[in-house]
Design a protein. Structure first.
Length: 127
């Protein structure tokens, strides 16, 4: 069994944390699970997963990746609502990355909507 740590820094192995979501075998059951899996999708440049989990009202036609960008870590600051029973949820996070050796931080409060039992990323506010 692969014990490679998950990119989302949940403390679980990638094979049991985000990989099943990216592979389509299961769907995230909370806004936080979707947030974590989308972070992992950015790390592995999985455009199809990112587009499939983006809300139809705000989904772009494609996702651009920077070949020089290296994701360094994810920290979940807070969550509000976003459980299986909720229709809406928010996740505040900080994602660290480097581009051409220079460090950056993406600090955002993301909004998620549960449509027919499936979570989607709606939009985010940069802090």
């Amino acid at each position: 069994m692969d014990v490679t740590p998950c990119h989302c820094q949940s403390g679980e192995a990638f094979s049991v944390c985000c990989e099943p979501f990216l592979g389509g075998t299961v769907t995230p059951q909370s806004a936080e699970q979707l947030m974590r899996s989308r972070y992992s999708a950015f790390v592995v440049c999985d455009q199809s997963y990112l587009l499939a989990t983006w809300h139809p009202k705000t989904r772009p036609s494609r996702v651009r990746f920077d070949a020089q960008q290296r994701w360094l870590g994810l920290s979940i600051r807070s969550t509000e609502d976003g459980s299986e029973e909720d229709q809406w949820g928010t996740v505040e996070f900080v994602a660290r990355f480097k581009i051409a050796g220079k460090g950056h931080r993406l600090h955002e409060v993301s909004r998620f909507e549960n449509l027919d039992g499936r979570w989607y990323y709606l939009d985010g506010k940069h802090l």
